[in-house]
Design a protein around this ligand. Structure first.
Ligand code: SF4
Length: 292
């Protein structure tokens, strides 16, 4: 089977999704199946001009970074980012928005008072500009996990159906919550919070702002660098795969009448009742250090 072709372009970005993707563990197999025609960190302006001047069709357009109509972001070999997207998206079989900025606008959308910076194809409610029923897959994350991008590319290359949720995210990755598979679940059940960042013990939900129970991603199923995740390392999930990322005060748990938000899909009254009961137990085993 012939290699699938990829053109990767960037809007306003920190390059995080590119660097994350370059850490994909099975790059040798990737290179056997895909050819990158253009990537701003790997190839030159000359290559981009070649792509823009040709009428060639290719398989994947990957977009990284927020979309903007701001005048100062017009120079990519003489093309504005808007021109690049308009031209290239028509010739791509599939469009993938890699990372939270391309998917939902991310950090840069928040900082734009003129409201002309945001996501690309996600629909108005998520800040999107173009919702023209193009074949788009959003793979949010700050950054997106390399496996999320690679697995989606392979599935589409092989003609397999990629089921998407309401924000165009692959369900295979985003049907899960970060909370699923977190090693701190037992502490969550008994409402025992961690004392400090980096500790092995305790849950980060009650005082440290963890968004694991309401953030769609499989970070505790497909681990980062095949080794760890934020919550395994003792840092809260910041909710970076959701359209409202980033929120203010990400390391603080917002409370209402000193009670934290309820996990997605759980009745508030039932949750607070269970919390009260769980907290009334004192489980010595869970109060101790795991390794002494
Ligand atoms: S640290 Fe976060 S993801 Fe882990 S159990 Fe607590 S709330 Fe869930």
């Amino acid at each position: 089977m012939k290699k699938s072709t990829i053109v990767w372009i960037q809007g306003i970005t920190c390059n995080g999704d590119s660097h994350s993707f370059f850490n994909y563990q099975n790059m040798k197999n990737f290179a056997k199946n895909f050819e990158i025609i253009y990537h701003p960190l790997l190839l030159s302006d000359f290559d981009l001009q070649g792509v823009m001047k040709s009428n060639d069709k290719y398989d994947f357009l990957i977009i990284e970074g927020s979309f903007t109509k701001k005048a100062e972001y017009v120079d990519r070999c003489g093309y504005s980012f808007e021109e690049l997207v308009e031209n290239l998206s028509k010739r791509a079989e599939h469009i993938i928005c890699a990372g939270s900025c391309a998917s939902f606008g991310g950090l840069f959308r928040q900082r734009d008072e003129e409201n002309i910076t945001g996501a690309l194809f996600s629909g108005e409610e998520a800040g999107g500009y173009w919702d023209k029923n193009k074949k788009v897959v959003n793979i949010p994350g700050c950054p997106a996990h390399p496996r999320w991008i690679a697995d989606t590319l392979f599935m589409l290359r092989e003609g397999r159906e990629v089921l998407l949720d309401e924000f165009l995210r692959p369900k295979e990755v985003f049907a899960y919550f970060v909370h699923h598979g977190c090693l701190r679940n037992e502490y969550f059940e008994w409402k025992i919070d961690t004392k400090e960042f980096g500790e092995k013990e305790g849950c980060l939900f009650y005082e440290h702002g963890c968004r694991g129970p309401m953030t769609h991603a499989n970070c505790n199923k497909i681990l980062w660098n095949e080794v760890s995740s934020k919550t395994r390392a003792g840092s809260p999930c910041l909710g970076c795969t959701e359209p409202d990322f980033p929120r203010d005060n990400v390391y603080e748990t917002k409370t209402h009448m000193s009670l934290p938000a309820t996990p997605t899909g759980v009745s508030r009254r039932a949750y607070y009742t269970i919390t009260g009961i769980a907290k009334s137990f004192k489980i010595d085993r869970l109060e101790r250090k795991l390794i002494q």
